[in-house]
Ligand binder design. Sequence first.
Ligand code: 26V
Length: 826
Amino acid sequence: MAQSENKVCTVKSWQEGPLIDESTLQEDLTRHFYYTLGRDMVGESRLYLYHALALTIRDRLVARCRTTRQQRQLSPTRQVAYLSLEFLMGRALGNAVLNLDLEDNVRHAVQEYCTTLEEVAEAEHDAGLGNGGLGRLAACFLDSCATLGLPVIGYGIRYEYGMFNQSIEQGHQVEHPDNWLREGHPWEITAPENTRRIKFFGHVEVYQDKHGRKHHQWVNTQDVLAVPYDVPVPGYKNEVVNTLRLWKSEATDEFNLSEFNAGSYTEAVARKNLAEQITMVLYPNDSSENGKELRLRQQYFLSSASLQDLLANWVAGHGEDFSEFAQYNVFQLNDTHPSIAVAELMRLLVDEHDLDWDAAWHITTRTMAYTNHTLLPEALEKWSVSLFSRLLPRLLEIIYEINARFLTEVACQWPGDMQKQRSMSLIEEGAHPQVRMAYLAIVGSFSVNGVAALHTELLTGGLFNEFYQLWPHKFNNKTNGVTPRRWLAHCNPELAKLIGSKIGDQWVAHFADIEKIRRYYDDKAFQTQWLSVKQHNKQKLVDLVKEACGVEFDVAMMFDVQVKRIHEYKRQLLNILHVIYLYERIRKGDTANLTPRCVLLGGKAAPGYFMAKLIIKLFNNVAEAINNDPLAKPYLRVAFLPNYNVSAMEVICPATDLSEQISTTGKEASGTGNMKFMMNGAVTIGTLDGANIEIRDAVGVENFFLFGAKSDELAAIRSTYNPNQIIQSNPALQEVMELLESGHFNLFEPGLFQPIIDSIRDPHDQWLVAYDFESYIEAQQKVELAYQDKEYWTRLSILNTAASGEFSSDRTILQYSQEIWQLAQQ
Ligand code: 26V
């Protein structure tokens, strides 16, 4: 043996690592700029300075991440893996600077480069690894878990291309790829030593061991590697840094080599592409994408890699003894997207770790917890049995076995009721049988939760009622929340400072404290300051709208905003009808009581969603007509902000006066934009849907502009719904429809909006646009009056922020922690 191999390694341990604190920040920035990145011109692009600063901050995150890990290893407790196909993180720099309390140092350091923190931060691409609410919720949850010091690790996919970028051309949405990694992603650190191997295709062989026990071997598979990239998640001023582990797919080496040696170079390269395809692109939330094989591959890839990761860690610490595994691990499934994890955990425990079925099922059903995020039938995932049997043959066998045992339980509960067995089966029968993923998630989990009170009621009373009857104890509600760090402290620093001047800064980490600001809602001087902050924020949005849309907004007018994914149930169409109604009034000279307003709409339509795209086009055509009409200018300005994303919302929500939350009752599971607006002092006009109900209760019914049908009236309304009659009997709506139908907004494109007109007039219109029009207009008129009284409106605004305490994701996560995860109190 060589001499050197006997030597004890004397490399410094982590405790003795180089000094990393505020005092060395300036030096580190310079070092990264000059040496890591090899730059020397101070005037060089902001991008390099951003990278140097990100690396400087990352050093500090890495140090804390290590300490966090070390401390947890010293006293192990139960930990949570949050499994999600989406993490909509947005930008990381500003958030890290805030949470590490480095703002003053960083501002000082970048001054040397003749620029500002804000300018440098603009160089960062949004990490847009999510569609909307569900993905952003996962990001807010990670922030809250780290802030509360909870041992929670996020597991997701490192998509090469995130949510598509949207531009507007001739009023139409055009999609562009989001190549967010092109200029590098300085926050991530890869851990190739933790690479996992994922199986696809192949077949299952059964053999008996010498004790007569049956074993299943999934063989002849085509394997793909999962390589982890770790992104640090800092808690707010508490030294904790958690991890978000994102998996990238890569081809295995031997796979390439064997084909290569057989002379099939091109085939080998093609297969490499196939493997790398898995994490290439985030699927848009689009029912036309349902059933796509690549999406199922992504789901299994994430689930298998993450579970293998956790099991490998367990085995490293405990060997093959899984008796205490369930005591130390929880898996939270973010919707059904990772629900194949239920079957995969069974496979890993039974096939790869030799547990018997019952022991494995005991562990699975004590570690899995499922969150539902939608009641829309088209969003409930089903996968064809034939696809499953080809792509994941062993998983299908396991699902059948779970189902057989489950149906025995159903038969015990409802003896002789075959219909029950059919309706609750994990397999939907028919010409093309399907696996019902939500049912798999429910059967395999100890907890099933909805995301707002009404949503959970509708789940237990409707969609999942049979399961609720069988296992009422599994079901619970966890009303969503958003992180007050990003959605108030970071995005609205002026308001944060004003709040701080009155009630101190405790609220940033203890958001229930925000209620203390209520004391000042009648204080004139405070109101003046509040209003002045709002005006500043509005000016920033004016600049953004001018630059992005070429439309002049005016801070003196009311800012009326609806930003969210474009979907019929969210009823951007109702908003447009109101805009047309206002325009009609202006054209008729009926402007006596009209409050001047700027209407802003933003959001992406799924690329295959025809109606959503047509709604964008209609809004843009209406905007064009209004903005070019000098009559309208003093009263109404209308703009569609292209490419709505997390960073845009950081400018939009602090500047908004009126928050539009106008979905058809029963359709929006919770909503979270509603909470961001509320925190920033916007007043809501909304239906009794999702978390709007709780928002209205919190702020007081007199401080919320309610309209629309109630959820318990819907069945009766739908059964006799006659939109044409409603239109006929409502002169305002009649005029709006006439203007729309006259082709006024599509002079050169006859018939363009016919599908929209037809949908409003359709007695089967699920979204009840015509039904709610009248009450919407009435509520808008109340808004106008309220806004005209500046003092009254400012009071409303203060009251909204003051009442937003319960919509912090810290509250939500504490509830998950205590009621589902049962984590030790930190
Ligand atoms: C479905 C699909 C199907 C095709 C492939 C891609 C894809 C991606 C996502 C989805 C389901 C999305 C469900 C969802 O986003 N729900 C939203 O969750 C928010 C957080 O709980 C909630 O505030 C919103 O009300 C709810 O719509």
